[in-house]
Design a protein around this ligand. Structure first.
Ligand code: AMP
Length: 432
């Protein structure tokens, strides 16, 4: 084996797996279209300040997980994007999208980079699909975004997911709560683990996320965020829940759900899968009304979004046996050569078939007829088309159905007429 290996925490998606990715991405594009979201693509790297300013200096991501480099010795520092919201908001502001419409519905499928300790479901390069609804974060908008995320899961056939909901209140509510939480936790600081003690200073909300049972026991009696919410925050949250009820989405309210990033406010949500073990979060999101201002806009621009990890989505789908839909594309015709000397004819035949939209392949390696047939079956080709001296002379070719073994002798023109071109609708999708 070669000494060159993929970098720790990254992985290849080989052809055997790519059809699963294509399938999922197709469902995402379809559902996003149904909800009126438009795709956005932003650069893989951004100036480091963008993430420092938006995600928050006290978060794990900015504190220790960013891949940061300086291409020119005296140039500005650059970071591989660890999440998409900051880049999308930057692009929204830079592209002056607000001038074209008050509300923008954007979605993406993107590669992200975080310097985390690799383990099952946690990589250093991973992919997310997500959406950002910018310009409004009314309860309807929040429910719309959650509804679109959940529809992707439903259309993929996933079951047993848990949607957890919480309200973080506005910035003021949160500041009051953080103060109360810190006051409660400080006398317990000797009992906190090192990680949580660090957080007590910088970002005590994150302690609520702790999976350590001893910390969880301390947190059980901590002040509850809910008691610090103002009337309008409570009212908005109840409206969001009402819309989810209307949509028939089930959820649980989790007062400990805070989400890691600084820019969240009001509704926060997360989806977990019991199929995933320790890294059980598939996706999550929330409102981030203050982010635009943080990035230099004159006023706040309300916004709400989510991000879902595609690797974890795939792991869950695999465990639930849902990847059968994602069969790789099959050739319609495998052109089998009696002998390699006839290759020039086969090239012409393949060309004619392909020009008519028929997915066709031929042997390129001068293999025996037996080996060609073996490969045609392995690829699950629908038909074998035989090319021999007699066939070329008579311009009539054997077309064998590889499922029924029935064989007809036809001209290329008749074969083209017989085989419908493979279009979008002949590929399996969830809408069949
Ligand atoms: P976050 O941006 O941290 O809220 O993450 C959103 C989703 O992205 C998570 O729920 C995971 O599904 C996925 N995710 C986050 N970090 C990683 C990682 N290092 N490796 C794989 N998936 C991840």
């Amino acid at each position: 084996m070669s000494q060159y290996r993929a970098v720790k925490g990254t992985r290849d998606i080989l052809p055997g797996e790519i059809s699963s990715w294509n399938y999922i991405e197709k469902v995402i594009h379809r559902v996003a279209g149904l909800y009126g979201f438009h795709e956005i693509r932003t650069p893989v790297f951004e100036y480091t300040e963008l993430f420092q300013r938006s995600i928050g200096a006290t978060t794990d991501i900015v504190g220790k997980e960013m891949f940061t480099f300086r291409p020119e010795e005296k140039g500005r520092s650059i970071t591989l994007r660890p999440e998409m919201t900051a880049g999308v908001m930057r692009a929204f502001i830079q592209g002056n999208l607000a001038a074209t419409s008050p509300v923008h519905k954007l979605y993406y499928i993107a590669e992200l980079f975080r310097k985390e300790r690799p383990q099952a479901g946690r990589q250093r390069q991973f992919s997310q699909f997500g959406a950002e609804l910018i310009g409004v974060s009314s309860p309807e908008a929040v429910a719309e975004v959650i509804g679109m995320m959940m529809q992707v899961f439903v259309d993929l056939g996933l079951t047993g997911l848990r949607l957890r909901m919480n309200s973080l209140g506005d910035v003021k509510d949160r500041m009051h709560y953080i103060k109360a939480l810190r006051e409660y936790l400080e006398p317990h600081s000797a009992l906190l683990d090192e990680h949580s003690r660090e957080r007590l200073d910088k970002n005590p909300l994150r302690i609520l996320d702790s999976k350590n049972p001893e910390i969880q026991a301390i947190i059980a009696d901590a002040p509850k965020l809910h008691d610090f919410l103002g009337a309008s925050a409570i009212d908005d949250f109840e409206k969001v829940l009402h819309y989810l009820d209307e949509k028939g989405l089930s959820y649980v309210i989790d007062p400990l759900l805070v989400r890691g990033l600084d820019y969240y406010c009001h509704t926060a949500f997360e989806v977990t899968s019991s199929e995933l073990g320790a890294q059980d979060a598939i996706g999550g999101g929330g409102q981030y009304d203050g982010l635009a201002k943080q990035l230099g806009c004159k006023s706040d621009i309300p916004a709400v979004g989510f991000a879902v990890g595609l690797e974890r989505l795939l792991i869950t789908m695999e465990k639930q046996g849902l990847l059968a839909h994602a069969a790789p594309e099959r050739p319609q015709v495998y052109v089998v050569l009696q002998s390699h000397e006839l290759a020039a004819h086969a090239v012409g035949i393949c060309d004619a078939l392909r020009k008519s939209g028929i997915r066709s392949i031929m042997d390129l390696a001068g293999r025996s007829m037996k080996a060609q047939m073996r490969e045609a079956n392995k690829m699950r080709a629908a038909y074998a088309l035989f090319v021999g001296q007699d066939e070329i002379q008579n311009q009539v070719f054997g077309l064998k159905n590889l499922v029924t073994s029935e064989q007809d002798f036809l001209s290329i023109q008749r074969i083209i007429e017989r085989l419908e071109p493979l279009d979008e609708s002949s590929q399996k999708t969830s809408d069949e």
